[in-house]
Ligand binder design. Structure first.
Ligand SMILES: [Ca+2]
Ligand SMILES: [Ca+2]
Ligand SMILES: [Ca+2]
Ligand SMILES: [Ca+2]
Length: 265
């Protein structure tokens, strides 16, 4: 007896079981509170002008020209157990220095992100507390080193603008965390940053001394604004690595040929 020929072909593909970091994009849905103004020298403003400014700009995601100040998004990528890259997309990165406005530092929460439900009421005194500040060096250039610190309140710089010319008023979003000037704190992370004026991005590469697990929970929060706070972005990202699809088996069976059974008498 000769059995029919049955040829079964199967292939086996085994993916590595290592976890894979997935970049997480935070879109700018955060407005932030406390529009404010600075009057030029000798400029008088009507009584209750601050209330007028706050009412007028309460719904404004961007105060001023969006082509100069709009922040679009932030992409957070936990690329290892202690390395993190953050890319911020903003038209501002092609307009640095306009009206005296400079690039900001990055603020991180290591225990989640809980903004005021109506973010129009969220400013430095409300919403999430930031545990870590990432301070850029050489802020007047387009690239440099950076250090991160466990945040202490006195080192936080809030949003402001330079006084405009006499007879003018500059409106901005006040009371937002924009920079950090460490004063003797020990760095908990180092790294580098760079602006790309074609892509309109600021990229921060941050390497922590300890692992994310040692530093905080799985859910983190992020906050960024230029020094005037004219647009502010906040959002959440998880440092829990996403496991790749577990061992993946692919069976491809192919019957190459089957001959009819023949029996000997
Ligand atoms: Ca925006
Ligand atoms: Ca926090
Ligand atoms: Ca806040
Ligand atoms: Ca915003």
């Amino acid at each position: 007896m000769k059995a029919g020929l049955l040829l079964s072909v199967f292939s086996l593909i085994i993916c590595t079981g290592t976890a894979q970091a997935v970049p997480q994009t935070i879109n700018d849905n955060f407005i932030g509170g406390r529009p404010n103004y600075t009057a030029g020298p000798g400029t008088s403003v009507p009584a209750n002008y601050l209330n007028y400014v706050r009412d007028t700009y309460r719904n404004a995601d961007v105060i001023g020209n969006p082509n100069s100040f709009n922040i679009e998004s932030m992409t957070v990528d936990f690329t290892g157990t202690n390395t993190l890259s953050v890319v911020i997309n903003s038209s501002f990165f092609d307009n640095i220095g306009e009206l005296g406005v400079g690039i900001g530092d990055l603020f991180i929460s290591t225990d989640g992100w809980s903004p005021v439900a109506d973010t129009r009421d969220d400013y430095a005194g409300t919403g999430e507390d930031w545990e870590i500040a990432v301070q850029l060096d050489s802020r007047d250039s387009l690239a440099g080193a950076l250090n991160a610190y466990n945040l202490v309140a006195p080192s936080v710089v809030l949003s402001s603008v330079a006084a405009p010319a006499a007879g003018h008023v500059a409106i901005y979003r006040g009371e937002q965390e924009v920079r950090y000037n460490a004063n003797g704190e020990s760095a908990i992370a180092g790294g580098n940053w760079a602006i790309d004026t074609n892509a309109n991005t600021l990229t921060l590469n941050i390497t922590f001394n300890n692992t994310f697990e040692q530093i905080g929970g799985a859910a983190w929060g992020f906050h960024y604004a230029m020094t005037c706070g004219n647009d502010v972005i906040e959002g959440a990202a998880s440092n829990t690595a996403v496991p790749e699809p577990s061992t993946l088996l692919l069976f491809g069976s192919a019957i190459i040929g089957a001959l009819p059974l023949r029996r000997k008498a």
